[in-house]
Design a protein around this ligand. Structure first.
Ligand code: FE2
Ligand code: FE2
Length: 279
């Protein structure tokens, strides 16, 4: 069931671009996870989501066969350029498939009409070990991400995608709590995260991340001319829901959680189209 409020019609008329934020798919973990990924692909397709933004841990053990399953399930969306992906620490395990999810530089730009998405690979070589799950953000990464955001065309929604979190968040697991108590870095936020957040204020609309499997959000400058939403999708395949973001003229005008259900997605698409036609 899509979670739509009674006032949705009024909001939907302003939407020109429908995005989905999904994360931590962990393909290959078990049958239930892979089935959820298939439902997700159907929902993205049936709901005519323009672009899905995938913030890492696509695979569970970083194996090539898990990556192949991801590519098989999402093939039509990948071929149509409707997925923008960054790797997570789990993608560095096993066969290390992170480079296949994002090759080349640690920071690059994926542009779509009305969307300026800066991808930042926040993984590091230490992520080859499961217990060293924390991210990597260098001063160079930070400077390049800021410069890439500043190249956004006028009127585009400015989004930064990365896997790891920029600000402190509660630990998901007992092992993470123990790590923090022992002073280990594995469960902490990116050490330069606060510095990056400060640089993003006024020049970025959305920071999308995952890593923590429980969703969260932080909104900075809520009443200012350019609010900065820092959103954690959590694990989409565990939660069975994803975050839909509707945008127009570089601003977010809809922010809703919806269940991953293909038939319901098609119903929402019909409703959105009817609303636009009536506007
Ligand atoms: Fe994860
Ligand atoms: Fe992760």
């Amino acid at each position: 069931m899509w979670l739509l409020a009674a006032d949705t019609t009024v909001v939907d008329r302003r939407i020109r671009m429908l995005l989905a934020h999904v994360s931590d798919l962990h393909l290959g973990r078990d049958r239930r996870t892979d089935d959820a990924a298939r439902r997700l692909a159907a929902a993205l397709h049936e709901g005519r989501v323009a672009t899905a933004l995938v913030t890492g841990d696509v695979t569970h053990r970083g194996r090539l066969d898990e990556l192949a399953r991801f590519e098989e399930i999402f093939r039509p969306l990948l071929d149509a350029g409707r997925l923008i992906v960054v790797p997570g620490n789990h993608d560095r395990l096993g066969d290390d498939v992170a480079g296949r999810l994002m090759s080349g530089a640690r920071v690059d730009v994926a542009s779509r009409p009305g969307l300026h998405a800066v991808r930042l690979d926040s993984t590091g070589p230490h992520n080859r070990s499961l217990v060293d799950s924390h991210g990597l953000l260098t001063e160079d990464d930070l400077a390049e991400a800021v410069a890439a955001l500043d190249r956004a065309p006028a009127g585009a929604l400015r989004v930064l995608l990365l896997h790891h979190h920029l600000h402190p968040l509660p630990e998901d697991l007992l092992a993470e709590r123990l790590a923090t108590l022992l002073g280990w870095p594995s469960a902490g936020e990116l050490p330069l995260g606060a510095a990056l957040l400060e640089r993003l204020r006024g020049r970025c609309d959305l920071v999308l991340h995952g890593h923590r499997h429980a969703p969260s959000q932080l909104v900075l400058d809520r009443d200012g001319p350019r609010p900065l939403r820092v959103l954690n999708a959590g694990s989409t395949t565990e939660l069975g829901r994803m975050r839909l973001l509707g945008a127009r003229a570089g601003a977010v005008v809809l922010d809703r959680w919806v269940a991953i259900d293909g038939a319901a997605a098609a119903a929402l698409d019909r409703r959105l189209r009817a609303d636009r036609a009536a506007a």
